[in-house]
Structures are given as C-alpha cells and as structure tokens.
Design a protein around this ligand. Structure first.
Ligand SMILES: [Zn+2]
Length: 224
C-alpha cells in the first residue's frame, strides 16, 4: 500500500502541476475517440502501450476482455459500450486480448472452480472461442500448451467482436459508417500488437499504417 501512497504524492507534487492545463481542460468534459476493451490483467496498461493522455481512451476492463451478447447480461460491460457509443460518441472500439491470459488458461483447461462460481459463470462467454478453436483447428490437441493458448486468445477476440456486433448501438454505428471496430492481441513479452484482418482471416502485426477495421455491412436506405 505504501508504494501507492508514495506514487500519489509524486503525482500531486510533480506530475499534476506539469499537466495542470490538460487537467483543467478535461475538468468539465471529455471527448475520447476510442473505447478500449481489454482484460483486467495488471500487465496491460493501455495509456502506456499507446502513449495516450488522460481523456484519450474510454476504457472498459474485465477478466478475459469479454463482451456478453446483448440482452443476455445487462451488466457493466453492456452499459459502458452503450454509453461510449451513444453519449460519448466514440468512433472506434478496440477489443484487445493479450498473451499469457489467466482467463484464457482457465477456459482452455476446462476445469471448474468450485470456490469461484462467478468466475466460471463469466468465462462461459468465452466458450464460443473454444468452439471456434475446435472447429477451425481440430488438430489443436497435438499443439503445445503455449500454441493452444495463443490460438484460443485470438479466437476469443474474434468471438467477442461477434458479440460486440449484437449490441444495437454498435450495429447501428457500423451500418452508418460512424464506427469502426478492431480486434487486437497484445504480446506482453515483446510489446507487439497484432491486429485482426477480417478480410484475410488472420492477425497481422500493427505497424505505422492505419489498421484495417473489421469488415462491416453498410446500408444506404436513401440510395436508389
Ligand atoms: Zn487476461
């Protein structure tokens, strides 16, 4: 606890005064461009990875970077997505998984946790990822544990992107063309990000070029 208090002291005396103008500008409003959905894992620090400032990212975190399908759970994730799209007006949603994810390890093991019923219940939202792994790579049982975890982590990002589309605010934004969604995986050991390219059906390292958003339907009702 002491290191947290020491950090707070440094923030108040050293960091805050240097950024006082930024915090004053943010005091009454925010206009982040992006909703960033990621795991609760302590090793993922979005503002460090993307070198963003306070006010840049609207962040939603939970074990396994899971997005329950719309209507099944009216919980914090669904409310945060709806608010970010409808009230804050974000233009991007990035769903970011990561290497060595404890939630994905639990899903892969298939073990139940009698003392953690809430965790088990939450992780059932990732079973679609397991099914995706089974159907797309039936030979995965022969892979190493590390390879299977990597594949499941990627499958989970794709599965959660599918769930994300079931939210009316997201579906409408995608169809209007006012919203782009992205699926990323962050590699803790190298700091690299892989972007899901839905046209190619694979993850590609993120570079200085703008990443390809996940393909989306467009509709122009007024067009003849
Ligand atoms: Zn995780």
């Amino acid at each position: 606890m002491q290191e947290l208090l020491d950090g707070y002291k440094r923030f108040r005396t050293e960091v805050f005064p240097k950024r006082a103008e930024l915090f004053q500008n943010l005091a009454e409003h925010q206009k982040p461009s992006t909703l960033f959905i990621t795991c609760a894992d302590s090793r993922i620090v979005p503002d460090m990875i993307l070198q963003t400032n306070p006010g840049d990212l609207f962040i939603c975190r939970n074990a396994g970077n899971i997005v329950p399908p719309y209507g099944e759970t009216h919980g914090g994730v669904s409310a945060t997505i709806e608010y970010a799209v409808m009230a804050v007006g974000v233009q991007n949603i990035i769903l970011c998984g990561h290497s060595n994810c404890g939630a994905m390890k639990a899903v892969l093991s298939g073990n139940k946790h009698p003392t953690m019923p809430t965790v088990d219940s939450w992780l059932h939202h990732s079973h679609s990822a397991l099914q995706l792994l089974e159907s797309e790579a039936p030979q995965h049982q022969k892979w190493t544990e590390k390879e299977r975890l990597r594949a499941l982590t990627r499958a989970n990002v794709v599965s959660q992107l599918q769930n994300l589309r079931t939210h009316p605010s997201v579906a409408a934004g995608l169809t209007r063309g006012s919203l782009n969604i992205y699926g990323w995986v962050y590699e803790i050991h190298s700091g690299e990000i892989q972007n899901f390219n839905s046209q190619q059906g694979r993850f590609i390292p993120l570079d200085e070029n703008l990443p390809t958003p996940v393909a989306q339907p467009r509709l122009q009702l007024m067009a003849s």
